[in-house]
Design a protein around this ligand. Structure first.
Ligand code: PNS
Length: 177
């Protein structure tokens, strides 16, 4: 397993990213201004039924962040603090949009600190226009025919359209059978 020794200040930005939103992109940009390397780490969560597979999410984030050399995209499972330690990270980045995020984020930050005192959680606030953007709402609005442009990268919009088409094809196939 490679570590980040000698690569300056490394931060891990963990999450589900199902899918990546412009809020995430905004947080990554802010993270890049503070850290030498930002590892966007997609959780492999066997319990959830995501819209996009882990591989699809990784490929989207890689493409969206292709012009940022300090961004790396990876996957992880198990405890986040263990993954961060293996990467030589000194910080975890989390986005804080509104007070409603605070309780969950505060619990996680304190638990992670208890598990690893050397790892600091850094909260970054996205631009105001993304304070109400979440992956869950994006999926719901898109599925019901609402416009999500400006809230997600154009690539995500394109992948959402493809995903919707493939779901509709599958449903139509099932109805015929
Ligand atoms: O984007 P999300 O779904 O809010 O991200 C949640 C995430 C991935 C940060 C959190 O579920 C996580 O860290 N999971 C890994 C398992 C772990 O370390 N759990 C203890 C956290 S205190």
């Amino acid at each position: 397993m490679s570590t980040a020794a000698g690569h300056g200040r490394v931060a891990v930005f963990p999450g589900s990213f199902d899918p990546m939103t412009n809020g995430h992109v905004d947080i990554i940009e802010r993270g890049c201004a503070i850290f030498d390397r930002v590892i966007v780490a997609v959780l492999i969560n066997a319990d959830k039924t995501p819209l996009f597979s882990v591989d699809e999410r990784v490929s989207i984030i890689r493409e969206v962040c292709a012009s940022r050399p300090s961004v790396e995209v990876d996957t992880f499972d198990g405890l986040l603090v263990d993954y961060a330690r293996r990467q030589g990270a000194t910080a975890l980045i989390r986005g804080l949009r509104a007070v409603s995020d605070f309780e969950y984020e505060f619990q996680m930050a304190l638990m992670n600190r208890r598990l690893n005192h050397d790892l600091e959680t850094v909260f970054l606030m996205p631009a105001e226009q993304y304070t109400y953007t979440s992956s869950r709402l994006i999926k719901e609005v898109f599925r019901l025919g609402g416009a999500v442009s400006g809230l997600v990268p154009p690539l995500v919009e394109q992948r959402l359209r493809q995903k919707q088409a493939s779901i509709e094809d599958r449903l139509a196939g099932r109805r015929k059978a």
